[in-house]
Write a protein that binds this ligand. Sequence first.
Ligand code: AMP
Length: 198
Amino acid sequence: MLNLVLFGAPGSGKGTQSAKLIDEYGLYHISTGEVLRDHIKRGTELGKIADEYISKGNLIPDDLMIKILDDVLDKEASDKKGVIFDGFPRTIPQAEALKELLQKRNTDLHAVIGLEVPEEELIDRMIRRGQETGRADDNLETIKSRLDVYHNQTHPLKEYYTKEGKYIPINGSGIVDEIFNNIATGVEKATGAKRRTH
Ligand code: AMP
């Protein structure tokens, strides 16, 4: 199995690069943000709770988020070649939980790809995405809270995974395909994984 975390600030290109990684490595994609947005769209109880946090740019509490991920792994990912985690973990307790969730399934986390993008570019990208897709939390006020949350709660994971020898820094500015090639080279070097031949 190949389990990867795609790590980076909101707007750093995690969704875009995940789509390419799935294609090249045949992995299952779990975006916790998409899982939550789907609940909101369907009007489920969980969606109502999640909306309270997401609309303010805050994180869903760890216990709840970890339980949601555990369920998704059971239902969707058990027979796959591996998983790309996009938007999870976002806190140290979530990183500890991920380790346990993978150990419980007799597997491990193999690498963390860190997409590094300057802050002004992140803001520009999210504003543009908000205009193009209508995504509700891509407005300037919520973007600013999300970036604060990222710096305070999520960014410490870079050091956490660097200490574990799993962090692969990638320059996330520039052309999508070039960024992807740098990711693929980094993943291959770190894990020995091979891309699909087309
Ligand atoms: P994303 O699509 O990854 O940018 O996530 C959108 C929003 O969903 C975030 O701003 C959080 O409110 C919530 N969210 C997504 N993933 C997590 C997570 N791992 N922990 C807590 N909240 C999350």
